[in-house]
Design a protein around this ligand. Structure first.
Ligand SMILES: [Zn+2]
Ligand SMILES: [Zn+2]
Length: 228
């Protein structure tokens, strides 16, 4: 009850606006929800990329580590791009909780048995300037929904990397190669859900998965809100 009271007070102070189109009254309106193109079968069972039929492996994921599987909620377009940008400007709890519920739906469909939740880390420089990691906000909410532990120190950056934006595919793989380090004390023996906001080539998730496997993780399940 206290929580309900708190939520209605917060809603009075900061009335919800749709993260996609800005209309007031809700965090995500029916119009934006209808326009969002969810990623459903048929897709590649390994990387989740849509195909005309279900395949076990495809040309997009031949460089993935063996223990990595990836699924995404929807295509990176329209209102969803705006919603993801909003979460980079402001740590909106309601929006991160909404995205976590989307990821929980994807997880249920994938039927993966995970034991731990982690997030792809930002560079320390970007983390300092933004003050938080938007993927970690979503990952924390998802861990609460799933009743799993959230491992905040599971994985970190070993070195600064350039932004992946604007790099061609091979430069993206090069840029993040061996850029991450994982903590064996946190991840050893675990099947880990690794949350990121967006997947483009899968280079970042692959580099993270390699570090996690090296630290003893059994399996890595990459979950992203959007797929470019
Ligand atoms: Zn909207
Ligand atoms: Zn694939």
């Amino acid at each position: 009850m206290l929580r309900d009271w708190w939520i209605s007070s917060v809603n009075l102070l900061f009335p919800p606006h749709c993260a996609g189109c800005g209309n007031s009254g809700t965090d995500w309106c029916v119009h934006c929800d209808n326009e969002t193109v969810r990623i459903e079968k048929p897709f590649c069972l390994r990387c989740g990329r849509p195909h005309s039929q279900v395949v076990r492996k495809c040309s997009s994921c031949f460089e993935y580590p063996d223990k990595l599987r990836v699924r995404s909620y929807a295509r990176y377009q329209g209102s969803l791009i705006k919603a993801l940008l909003q979460l980079k400007y402001r740590p909106n709890r309601r929006l991160s909780a909404l995205m976590a519920r989307w990821l929980a739906e994807v997880l249920e469909a994938a039927n993966w048995q995970a034991t731990l939740v982690a997030a792809v880390p930002l560079s320390s420089k970007r983390r300092r300037s933004r003050g938080y990691n938007q993927s970690a906000l979503i990952a924390r909410e998802l861990s609460a929904i799933m009743g799993l532990a959230y491992a905040s120190r599971a994985i970190s950056r070993r070195r600064q990397t350039k932004s992946q934006v604007g790099l061609d595919p091979s430069a993206r793989w090069q840029n993040v190669h061996q850029a991450f380090r994982a903590q064996p004390t946190q991840v050893d023996g675990h099947a880990i859900i690794l949350v990121d906001d967006l997947i483009t080539t899968g280079a970042t998730l692959s580099a993270c998965a390699e570090a996690l496997v090296h630290a003893g993780a059994r399996m890595i399940y990459g979950l992203t809100v959007a797929r470019a």
